[in-house]
Ligand binder design. Structure first.
Ligand code: UDP
Length: 422
């Protein structure tokens, strides 16, 4: 990705690129490592694929490592994920010990890279214990939580907290998610990359071809939800909303597209529930996509009239940002980072039930001007707040602060909304 920074200047202006260069100057040559648990599937991998090459282009020696594990490890970490998002999950002691052992083995494998790095950013609970096992660490370690951990199931959080407490700082996407800690806390919402294959403009003929590959009728309205098959994303609730909206309204089509994340073992079970709920309806298109289907997802979001993200819990919801960037109004669950992005009645609607979602679908499809206006505002909102360059600027600021030993809690990001006038 050499020369990429210049391309961002074309989308967002030269000033932003100058800021990035200035902020990165004191960090030049510095070794840093990001650690998570998958290179494919889910928002964290999506972001790291784009963020790391840009850091490298700014002269930072940024690397990406993953922790590997067996089925029991990911079964444990998925339960932790669900527990941090509020589910009651009683994880047995053997499984928790296994989780620690797998981290210890990973730490041994990664020891040299981790102990040498000046900054290590560890994402989510899967690799959280690495710090405890890392001998002779040299740099600052930061825990980056992407999950809505505002009301965690206490026994699981009590187990995880001692691992996190040893870090030099932690980062959350929203202030609501932050857990009190003795170290500094930073609020940095995620972002999308406007130049990635997932988000760049596509030629009309490519969009048409993808529509016809999946037998989507161009004459009838389309709603879609793109998500891993995860109960917190409520795909069955989306089907219920679609059925209610269709019963009294236009002849809708629904696309539910998702794929597997290698660190999410529940996907197949949820997919079976979704298939059962959709049975017999040829207008529900359930698409199981490979991890590199970025252009396909891009096109599916573009052919949709409305994009749904009816999550019951959500860290941030990159799929919401992606849809808004394409000028689509979003009907989203009134949870987590979706509340930050969907300005209710302005860039879309926030809902809590399938009935609420159905009502909003029908409203939008019968008020096309209003829908188009919401889509325009949605795109402007993302341009102002949720693009990769803003994210990178906040990461660099945070790194400078942590390296200089700042103890302050700094809220780096407060969304702006100028009514879509930009
Ligand atoms: N995604 C994908 N393929 C899929 C489903 C999702 O590439 O089959 C992408 C999606 O476009 C988004 C990310 O994975 O960029 C999901 O991030 P989000 O924050 O919405 O949810 P998460 O999966 O991290 O909970």
């Amino acid at each position: 990705m050499t020369g990429m920074l210049e391309k961002y200047a074309a989308v967002e202006g030269e000033t932003i690129i100058d800021h990035l260069r200035q902020l990165a100057a004191p960090l030049k040559g510095m070794r840093m490592v990001h650690v998570n648990s998958t290179r494919a599937g889910g928002g964290v991998a999506e972001i790291l694929h784009r963020l790391i090459p840009l850091k490298q282009e700014l002269g930072i020696d940024a690397q990406w490592e993953i922790v590997t594990g067996d089925e029991r490890f990911f079964q444990c970490t998925k339960s932790m994920h669900n527990a941090l998002q509020g589910n009651r999950e009683d994880i047995d002691g053997d499984l928790l010990r296994h989780y620690e052992e797998v981290n210890q083995q990973n730490c041994k494998r990664l020891q040299n890279k981790l102990s040498d790095a000046q900054v290590v950013i560890v994402h989510d609970p899967q690799p959280a214990p690495l710090l405890q096992f890392c001998e002779q660490r040299r740099g600052k370690w930061i825990w980056r939580c992407h999950i809505d951990a505002s009301k965690p199931y206490r026994p699981v959080w009590r187990f995880l907290k001692p691992f996190v407490e040893g870090y030099d700082a932690s980062i959350y996407s929203l202030p609501d998610f932050a857990q009190p800690m003795r170290h500094p806390l930073y609020i940095i919402p995620p972002s999308i990359d406007p130049l990635s294959e997932k988000n760049l403009d596509l030629p009309d003929e490519e969009i048409r071809a993808i529509r016809s590959t999946y037998n989507i009728d161009p004459e009838r309205p389309v709603i879609c939800q793109i998500s891993r098959f995860d109960r917190f994303k409520d795909p069955v609730g989306v089907i219920a909303a679609y059925r209610l909206a269709k019963a009294f309204g236009p002849p809708l089509q629904l696309i539910l597209a998702g794929g597997a994340a290698t660190d999410d073992p529940e996907g197949e079970e949820v997919l079976a529930e979704v298939r059962a709920a959709a049975a017999g309806d040829p207008d529900i298109h359930i698409l199981l996509l490979p991890p590199d289907a970025h252009r396909t997802i891009n096109a599916l979001q573009r052919i949709s009239d409305i994009v749904l993200q009816k999550s019951l819990k959500e860290g941030f919801g990159l799929t919401v940002t992606e849809a808004m960037w394409k000028g689509k109004p979003v009907i989203g669950g009134a949870v987590g980072g979706i509340r930050l992005q969907v300005v209710d009645h302005t860039t879309g609607f926030l809902v809590s039930t399938p009935e609420g979602a159905a009502l909003r679908i029908r409203y939008m499809l019968t008020h096309r001007d209003r829908m188009a206006e919401m889509g325009r505002k949605a795109k402007a909102y993302v341009l102002e707040n949720y693009l990769l360059t803003r994210h990178l600027r906040e990461y660099l600021t945070m790194m400078v602060a942590v390296l200089s030993g700042s103890r302050d809690r700094i809220e780096l990001s407060t969304p702006n909304f100028n009514g879509g006038k930009s």
